[in-house]
Design a protein around this ligand. Structure first.
Ligand code: ADP
Ligand code: CDP
Length: 224
């Protein structure tokens, strides 16, 4: 059976979309897919096999080689969260063949959520615009780049990594620009997305605003 209960959440790095997506999925009883982890898995594969992250041929082969069996163990690999892997992910994600290779996996997850879940929450950059353009609830989560850089800095430091604010901010600006300006599936809000600026919100306030929006969607009767 194809699920029509899809929540699509997009936005730039460290806007809080993953935190929100995980909590919404747990509350709704839906499955959650962090689509960025798929691009990170491709980036990590290239770094581990000694390829440059902008090697389009190697990136395509790595993306085509990913399936549930190879992706799931990588999802829990702490190396996936390194900043160098985020940068590599952003480089492989401009390659149209890489995006095409990952599309089926994402759509299949959304339409046939695993574990018998009634619906799915996907977060990324192009879920509401390309992966699931018919999703009945779309959110675009954002925050000022300085706020996002501070969040990512404390996240990196909490994992024991050495990180400098100015470098994290600069990486984030470069990645935002690459993600927004690429030719295929650039980062942008879907026309029918609910815009959620979390610059002045904590995670709890963002969750309340998101649930208010989802509750207002006729396609989600009685879920919240
Ligand atoms: N609304 C918020 N206010 C403050 N910090 C937040 C908020 N949402 C998430 N965070 C924190 O910011 C960091 C990045 O959040 P995350 O959800 O991973 O962002 P994204 O998935 O957009 O990259 C995490 O450490 C998370 O705990
Ligand atoms: N649906 C998606 C998700 C991620 N990506 C790419 O993958 C990179 C890493 O995504 P992510 O969601 O893990 O990054 P953060 O927001 O956690 O920093 C992004 O910078 C994008 O370039 C994408 O192109 N499309």
């Amino acid at each position: 059976m194809t699920s029509s209960f899809i929540v699509a959440i997009d936005g730039p790095a460290a806007s809080g979309k993953g935190t929100l997506a995980r909590r919404l999925a747990a509350t709704l009883g839906f499955a959650h897919l962090d689509t960025g982890a798929l691009y990170r898995a491709v980036g990590l594969t290239l770094l581990r096999t000694g390829h440059a992250p902008d090697d389009a041929v190697a990136a395509t082969a790595a993306a085509q080689g990913l399936d549930a069996a190879t992706v799931l163990p990588l999802m829990n690999d702490p190396a996936l969260r390194q900043d160098a892997v985020a940068v590599a992910a952003s480089k492989v994600s401009v390659v149209p063949e890489v995006r095409a290779a990952l599309l089926d996996f994402q759509r299949n997850f959304a339409n046939h959520p695993p574990g018998g879940a009634k619906g799915a929450v996907l977060d990324g950059r192009d879920v509401g615009t390309v992966v699931c353009p018919d999703a009945p609830a779309k959110l675009y989560v954002t925050a000022d780049v300085e706020v996002r850089a501070r969040r990512r800095l404390s996240e990196l430091r909490n994992t024991g990594a050495e990180a400098i604010y100015e470098a994290v901010l600069e990486d984030m600006k470069v990645r935002d620009a690459r993600d927004s300006q690429r030719a295929v599936a650039p980062l942008k809000p879907a026309v029918d997305a609910f815009l959620l600026d979390t610059s002045m919100m904590d995670a709890e306030q963002a969750f309340v605003a998101a649930t208010d929006f989802i509750r207002s969607r006729p396609a989600f009767p009685g879920f919240l």
